[in-house]
Ligand binder design. Sequence first.
Ligand code: NAX
Ligand code: ADP
Ligand code: K
Length: 520
Amino acid sequence: MRTAYTSDQIRAAELALMAKLPEGTLMGRAAAGLAAVCAGLLTGVRGRVYGSHVVLLVGSGDNGGDALYAGARLARRGARVVAVLAGSRVHEGGLAALRAVGGRATDLRVPILEQARELIGDADLVVDGLVGIGGSGALREPYATLAGLTAQASGLVVAVDVPSGVDASTGEVDGAAVRAQATVTFGAYKNGLLIDPGARFAGAVEFVDIGLGPYLPDPDVAAPTDEDVADLLPRPGAESDKYRRGVVGIAAGSDRYTGAAVLAVGGAVRAGAGMVRFVSSAEPVRLVRARWPEAVTTIIADPLGADPIEEVGRVQAWVLGPGLGTGAEAHAVARAVLSAQVPVLVDADGLTLIARDRGLLRRDGPTLITPHAGELSRLLGVPRERIEARRLEHVRRAAAELGVTVLLKGSTTLVAEEDRPVRVNTTGTPWLATGGTGDVLAGIAGALLAGGLSCYDAASGAAYVHGLAARLAVRGDPAGRGDPAGRGDPAGRGDAAGRAEAPIAALDVAQALPEALRAL
Ligand SMILES: NC(=O)C1=CN([C@@H]2O[C@H](COP(=O)(O)OP(=O)(O)OC[C@H]3O[C@@H](n4cnc5c(N)ncnc54)[C@H](O)[C@@H]3O)[C@@H](O)[C@H]2O)[C@@H](O)CC1
Ligand SMILES: Nc1ncnc2c1ncn2[C@@H]1O[C@H](COP(=O)(O)OP(=O)(O)O)[C@@H](O)[C@H]1O
Ligand SMILES: [K+]
């Protein structure tokens, strides 16, 4: 599990560690790691460090100190280093170290932005040491303008600890922020490096160990890795039969909306359900049978009758909602499904129904809801944009207010359950933003729930394999495992440099599931 923390958690751990070490040790470790990453990147681009132009954006805190000490190390290797002193104060030791090896600082008599504009435009490398975990609120001037100028840099931009302007604890970005190709982070991951919008600004995250590990508390956020997900996925034993592997019931689709049902069933079949029982009206049942003969189907005879799903037979978990409709008949089906004591996943139209009638959530079994920001907006009465800007806050709030496990979809998928670290998904691709992929996800998570996983594990496991399958499908490369671009960067979010990508349809994601599962 990759763990991540708030600024306060990191600061407390740093204080505890610092108390045991001579002054300056941690900053020394941080700067050495930062300089090594910068030197590696410069060598990659220019062939050497010697002679490269390096600009340090230096704020008044220790984040600026890291940049100055790292700059001194690069200057010692022959880089031409200039520090843009942006704060009212500067880390004196760092500045002295830089000057001692021939590094320069901006002339305090000339307006800082005038000097910075030219320096940033010409630099091979810009190091962002404006603010780190000490930052709070939107960047103030001149930091905000300097952060904006980095967008015009023709060279590399490397952020120190966290891109300035990104809230390290939440990933929120309120105003200007530095957009980095790489972020060198010290001691532990910060939440904001994994959660959008902040994560988008961080680029590839390079971790530098400064010895903080033993002093860190329980994490605030955790990102499962390949190994974690492989460990939690159910696998059939010698004694397994289809019932013991898990039967998932899917109540989805309507005569008007049929596709969602086919996709949700496909997700469940391909993710390894022992059996899928599909229940709906006649037309979706016909289409599901045609596409997935593995599913056992039931046509609901009397949706408004005493128990519309009476005929379905036993299931270990339900998926409720994709394409279900939101009328009286759908409501009656939802009520029947939610009155079962097994775990129920509620998605899509099912979420509209519970937004209108929260009483549906008063039930005995565990509940997992899988909204996108628009659906969560209706559930919480909060504008969609606000949810997208503050994902961590709202996914937690939904879990607390509704008393359920919440998987919030979108550019960063988060899973929250009260009193647990929020799980963040690091697989996936923006190509997933296409109609129907959410239905496939619901089917996958349903299969995992039926296989005995908790809502928390089923949700995070499903998001992970869904994202892996999407990456494989996008590349049209069934053996895409070896591609470092997709999986290799430390945050697991790399772009797909070097390998062509193509749009995918939702069914492609379901079809790629076996390969994704084999890759784990
Ligand atoms: N504490 C430690 O043990 C270590 C800290 N390190 C570095 O120290 C950093 C934290 O240093 P600090 O606590 O000095 O804090 P920062 O350097 O992150 O920022 C604090 C300074 O930025 C200003 N500031 C805050 N928000 C601002 C905003 N929105 N606009 C403009 N200015 C703003 C504050 O007034 C203050 O002067 C870490 O991110 C890391 O880079 C590393 O050297 C590793 C060891
Ligand atoms: N920008 C994005 N980057 C990565 N994944 C995304 C992005 N936008 C959407 N997704 C993913 O695509 C899927 C879309 O699901 P959903 O919004 O329910 O669509 P639908 O209802 O059409 O199936 C989710 O898994 C979501 O996390
Ligand atoms: K920074």
